[in-house]
Design a protein. Structure first.
Lengths: 317, 214
């Protein structure tokens, strides 16, 4: 019999994700990547299955039952999780026995957490990736969020030593979130004063994450940015990259994630790649402020982040 | 042609600022030329109305290296090997439950419903770009007489195949999805097949004609 796991409670929303589908921008297919790619890579290192489908979970009360002996790991948001009654360490793998129950009771830092196994979850591969495109309902498990009673089949499962990610490799995920950004193509559409308040280091205009947030984008509330009188409120639709901060007519920022290839609003800024994983952990009422950096600073921060990923890989015994 | 950097690992090749057939033709040629290079340092190319956006692998190249290459390769766009544009005939059920905004569009245009349908079907449209959701074609140019504003409050869910209009554009929603355009009809044609390459029925430069189905 194929080893399997039964979802007992999907929490608020759980999806099968991976690092995304790439190369199909010309036909409008977004990457739908795991939002915290670093946490996803940490799972791969703990479990030895690079690029495998994993679970991205929001909210407490998630529970699953193991119908097989398997090594499992949780990364991303810090959670109070238990295997039967034994508490589990964050960002670590553990041995689950057949019949045991994994429960997540509480999230103590961050928003989305990631669960993976020393085996490949059987999922629908679409255009080279198993990740779920929730809006269009493809990939993952028939494109749908996990439900109670869903059974996840594990292929190629194998034994593995358990391991932990060292504390110094676990990033902070709590509010307030300071996001470093580079200037976007339409930054000039905004008055000098509102640009300065928006992104100048030391100005620290605080925004609040609104309740309008999903895997497509995060709307912020706060002081609206002012368009210059002559600047158009929308643009002729054009390609966007993940992390793009768009400003619609009401002047309030929307941070775009991994679900759109083109956009029609003014792109004031782009969240630095090194800070994009943090976007997975923005939740309603969290505080956000922006800090402008140069592209060169962005590049060197990204190099540092890649070195962290290399260190994760060296913990892979 | 202007090349501008966008974020840490992308650039925009800009051919104009307005929706225009000549600009579109240069975008299309650039897209097919870049696509044919199969370069490992180019991760994705997103052509749209006025530009081609290139996302690159910055461990393999740099903005300066890629810009130099693009300036050289794109200097002459006259002899790009491209697939001929395909003409897609799309049968549409207009109005009723299929097109809840058809009567609004008629009222807004001060025309009869029959006239709106006739004008919408008279044009051969060009696919300027594909996006928003997978396979969604942005079609232009819609006759000014039936141009209509976007909905003030977008609908959260409309059925797959819905045909919408907004300003001087029309388009088809390949998936059940949110929608901010005026929905005037619906087609049974499948616009996106997740299982079969090239996945999207339409690509940049294709032509579309709508045919009323009774």
């Amino acid at each position: 019999m194929t080893p399997a796991i039964t979802v007992r409670n999907p929490g608020l929303l759980s999806l099968i994700v991976d690092l995304g589908r790439t190369g199909f921008g010309a036909v409008g297919v977004p990457s739908s990547s795991a939002l915290d790619r670093y946490a996803c890579q940490a799972l791969y290192c703990l479990l030895g299955f690079p690029a495998a489908p994993v679970l991205e979970v929001m909210g407490p009360r998630f529970a699953l039952q193991f119908n097989t002996d398997i090594v499992c790991a949780i990364t991303g948001a810090k959670v109070k999780a238990f295997l039967d009654d034994a508490p589990l360490r964050p960002w670590a793998s553990f041995q689950a026995k057949k019949g045991s129950l994994l429960r997540v009771k509480e999230i103590t830092e961050g928003f989305r957490y990631y669960i993976g196994f020393a085996g490949k979850i059987k999922a629908e591969t679409v255009m080279g990736s198993c990740t779920t495109n929730l809006e269009c309902r493809f990939g993952g498990l028939n494109g749908a969020p996990l439900r109670s009673g869903d059974i996840l089949q594990l292929e190629e499962s194998r034994e593995r030593e358990t391991n932990v990610i060292p504390l110094n490799l676990i990033p902070p995920m709590n509010s307030p979130h300071i996001l470093r950004i580079t200037e976007g193509p339409e930054a000039d559409s905004f008055t000098a004063d509102s640009r300065r308040r928006f992104w100048e280091k030391g100005s620290h205009e605080l925004f609040t994450v609104s309740t309008k947030l999903n895997r497509t984008g995060i709307r912020l509330e706060g002081a609206p940015l002012a368009f210059k009188p002559e600047a158009p409120k929308s643009i002729v639709s054009e390609g966007i990259v993940p992390g793009t901060v768009q400003i619609p007519g009401d002047g309030l920022p929307i941070i775009m994630l991994h679900e759109r290839t083109i956009g029609g609003y003014a792109r004031v800024a782009v969240v630095a790649r090194a800070d994009q994983d943090r976007l997975a952990h923005l939740k309603a009422n969290d505080l956000v402020c922006f800090e402008k950096i140069s592209l060169e600073e962005g590049e060197s921060l990204w190099k540092e982040k890649q070195q962290l990923i290399a260190k994760l890989q060296s913990t892979d015994s | 042609m202007i090349i501008q950097r966008y974020a840490e690992n992308a650039l925009r090749i800009i051919f104009g600022t307005k929706i225009d057939m000549e600009v579109h033709e240069r975008v299309r040629r650039t897209f097919f030329l870049l696509n044919s290079l199969h370069r490992p340092d180019i991760i994705d190319i997103i052509p749209s109305f006025c530009s081609c956006m290139v996302i690159y692998e910055d461990n393999l190249t740099s903005y300066d290296t890629l810009t130099a290459l693009l300036n050289e390769r794109l200097a002459d766009l006259s002899a790009v090997d491209m697939p001929p544009p395909q003409l897609h005939e799309i049968p549409v059920h207009y109005g009723g439950d299929h097109g809840p905004d058809l009567s609004f569009v008629a009222k807004h245009s001060q025309l009869s419903v029959a006239e709106v349908i006739e004008i919408h079907g008279a044009e051969i449209y060009t696919v300027f770009t594909v996006g928003f959701t997978p396979g969604f074609p942005y079609l232009g140019t819609l006759d000014e007489r039936i141009a209509s504003p976007r909905l003030e409050t977008p609908r959260t869910r409309i059925p797959a195949g819905s045909v919408g209009i907004a300003q001087r554009q029309t388009g088809i929603y390949p998936f059940e999805s949110p929608a901010g355009w005026q929905i005037i009809g619906r087609t049974d044609v499948r616009l996106f097949d997740t299982e079969k390459p090239p996945y999207s029925l339409m690509r940049i430069g294709d032509k579309v004609r709508f045919i009323e189905e009774h």
